[in-house]
Design a protein around this ligand. Structure first.
Ligand SMILES: Nc1nc2c(c(=O)[nH]1)N[C@H]1C(S)=C(S)[C@@H](COP(=O)(O)OP(=O)(O)OC[C@H]3O[C@@H](n4cnc5c(=O)[nH]c(N)nc54)[C@H](O)[C@@H]3O)O[C@H]1N2
Ligand SMILES: Nc1nc2c(c(=O)[nH]1)N[C@H]1C(S)=C(S)[C@@H](COP(=O)(O)OP(=O)(O)OC[C@H]3O[C@@H](n4cnc5c(=O)[nH]c(N)nc54)[C@H](O)[C@@H]3O)O[C@H]1N2
Ligand SMILES: [Mo]
Length: 568
């Protein structure tokens, strides 16, 4: 690489975490970055075309950056610190996004806990293993068969998929996704039955002598109990609940026998109240057939991208509240950074009612839906104008960002804002920016194997199929191809199977016990019968979803609902 050409990390919240090179005012894929390979994606192109905020605003009037910082300082000085909520989203996944946490922690603000994303599944994996790290990418490349399990692998991590696309695939998904169409086998199961499928597969694996005792004995306990659990139901009873013919299970087991298997799990299996148990059942099946601790294959999820790094922005807030259930209206000041809760958080009506009842500061790059309710807007510098390092939750490669363009004078970086506030409140400044960046750039954590593992021994899960009446629908809310959560353009459509009683273009009202909203019907054969698909980022989707957390991880359970549809 010519030394005038500098790397830029894609800041978008995605498994791939790509790296570009900035040449002649353009971003080109960095061919030397293993995952980026030779392509950048449509979402990255959209990001380059975003209309970024170039002026601070107070009650919708343009003001200077200095004025906006004065207003913020005054507000913070006048307010009791615990009545200030610091709410950070994942609009940019660079490590430097955490800088403002240090100020808000020292100031004494209330923070959030839990997750709107992967927290539930992560908890399930932690309960079995103590910690969770993805296996090395090489293990995926060395696998023979890849199981995309509740993960829309080719859409939500297209670059990782590109590295392995010629392998044998099995997809487990209620939707006929792009991934399912490319797969040799598709298990189109009923939503929230993945734990049952894991038990059923365990039974068949046992019958086919696939229990890999030699492998799991070395690091685990409880395999017998797990197998007893798998045996506790008649085989045929699964067909009715999972909605999959046993012949497909026979084929499944046949396809993975004596093969190196990579199980790519995703958010789809865990957007439920007992999602952590579901994930742990899948991980137990994986251990049972000897997927773990090998040099090929393994189980992937959204890993801890900071594993093995020291936290350079360590905080210890006195008070934290569950993120799905945040009651914005109960705070005097809410500081929102890199998030769009009006679209992305559950129970939109409750979010909006809350935001109307507090002083909202929005700190971000673009004027998003949440800005409509902001009293003060502070424009953040965009990714091309600030230094950063991007770690990945999908693989172990990182991407480095240089400031390749001059920053707009009206914008401020997260690091600068943190230091400005620390100074104003007479606290110690952060370590020099370059020192922090060099640390993340130069540290290479070693990925450990699983040292101890406890199989899941009991399951207590309430099935959605027992709650759903005829004529009602399961909600599927998954990512769309060309958008990144609420960023970029998304339709406001409800996709249903042709066997439903609706026609393409029908205007309908969808309701759940949490709320209701209007959508346009799109008929699509790829959606499972009795399911309604609304993409993440659809403006009205979260009017339907619960602000209640799952049973373990303070995290969002978007799909723990039953939907009714009426023509509007
Ligand atoms: N294009 C694009 N890529 C993205 C994103 C984006 O918005 N757009 N977002 C990024 C972010 S923030 C994240 S966290 C990741 C998430 O990426 P993924 O883990 O792929 O998450 P989802 O798309 O939410 O859901 C994955 C799949 O689960 C299926 N599913 C739903 N319910 C069930 C179920 O009960 N069982 C099973 N087996 N499957 C089910 C859905 O149909 C969907 O195909 O993607 C990242 N990448
Ligand atoms: N129904 C439903 N809801 C979901 C999901 C789902 O599958 N279904 N998925 C959930 C998941 S997995 C996630 S991760 C969340 C994501 O939810 P959020 O974290 O709220 O993310 P976005 O909605 O993408 O909004 C991110 C905002 O960050 C801002 N931003 C971008 N870059 C920067 C920057 O450099 N600095 C600052 N300060 N701001 C920046 C942009 O203006 C953008 O509007 O949504 C969740 N919501
Ligand atoms: Mo996410």
């Amino acid at each position: 690489m010519n030394s005038n050409n500098k790397t830029v990390a894609c800041p978008l919240d995605c498994y791939d975490a790509c790296e570009a090179i900035y040449i002649d005012d353009k971003c080109k894929p960095n061919q030397e970055h293993k995952v980026t390979n030779k392509k950048l994606c449509v979402k990255f192109a959209h990001l380059l075309n975003e209309e970024n905020l170039v002026s601070a605003k107070n009650e919708n009037k343009d003001i200077s950056l200095e004025e906006s910082l004065d207003i913020l300082t005054e507000k913070l000085k006048q307010t009791k610190p615990s009545d200030v909520l610091y709410y950070k989203g994942s609009g940019n996944l660079g490590v430097m996004q955490s800088a403002p946490k240090v100020f808000f922690d020292q100031y004494g603000a209330t923070f959030t806990k839990g997750s709107l994303c992967d927290g539930i599944g992560f908890e399930g994996l932690i309960q079995g293993r103590g910690s969770f790290i993805n296996p090395p990418l090489e293990n995926l490349i060395n696998a023979d068969v890849i199981i995309a399990w509740g993960r829309n692998f080719s859409i939500t991590s297209p670059h990782m998929y590109e590295l392995v696309k010629d392998k044998t695939f099995i997809t487990i998904d209620p939707i006929v996704t792009h991934m399912a169409k490319k797969s040799d086998l598709h298990i189109q199961l009923v939503p929230k039955t993945d734990h049952e499928l894991a038990l059923l597969l365990t039974r068949f694996a046992y019958m086919d002598d696939m229990d890999d005792v030699e492998s799991y004995e070395a690091y685990s306990s409880g395999a017998d109990w797990f197998f007893d659990l798998a045996k506790s139901r008649p085989l045929v009873s699964y067909e009715a609940t999972i909605g999959v013919h046993l012949s497909k299970i026979v084929k499944f087991v046949d396809m993975i026998k004596n093969k190196n298997v990579a199980i790519m799990t995703g958010l789809g299996v865990q957007k439920y109240n007992e999602g952590s148990q579901i994930m742990r059942a899948i991980d137990s099946f994986a251990a049972y057939i000897g997927v773990h601790n090998k040099s090929a294959g393994g189980l992937w999820y959204l890993g801890d991208s900071t594993f093995g790094y020291e936290n350079k922005f360590n905080v210890n807030p006195k008070k934290r509240v569950d993120i799905p259930g945040v009651d914005f209206g109960s705070y005097d000041v809410v500081f929102i950074q890199g998030a769009n809760p009006v679209v992305s958080s559950p129970n939109t009506k409750r979010v909006i009612d809350g935001l109307k009842n507090c002083f909202v500061v929005y700190f971000g790059t673009t004027y998003n839906d949440t800005c409509e309710y902001a009293n003060l807007i502070i424009p953040s510098a965009d990714f091309l104008t600030k230094k950063d390092v991007r770690l990945s939750y999908g693989h172990e490669y990182k991407a480095v960002s240089h400031a390749v363009k001059d920053k707009n004078d009206n914008c401020i970086t997260e690091y600068e804002l943190a230091n400005y506030l620390l100074k104003t409140f007479e606290s110690e400044a952060l370590k020099p920016e370059d020192e922090i960046i060099e640390y993340y750039k130069n540290t290479k954590p070693i990925l450990p194997q699983i040292e101890s593992f406890e199989f899941i021994e009991e399951l207590e899960i309430e099935a959605l199929y027992e709650q759903k009446e005829k004529g009602e629908f399961y909600l599927i809310t998954s990512k769309s191809k060309n958008a990144l959560n609420s960023q970029f353009k998304i339709d406001n459509c409800a996709y249903v199977h042709p066997t439903s009683e609706y026609k393409d273009g029908d205007e309908v009202t969808l309701s759940t016990s949490y709320g209701q909203a209007n959508f346009t019907i799109r008929i699509n054969e790829d959606v499972k019968e009795e399911c309604v698909l609304i993409h993440a980022g659809a403006k009205q989707g979260n009017y339907l979803t619960p602000h209640i957390s799952d049973e373990e991880a303070y995290s969002a359970i978007y799909q723990e609902v039953i939907v009714s549809i009426e023509l509007s």
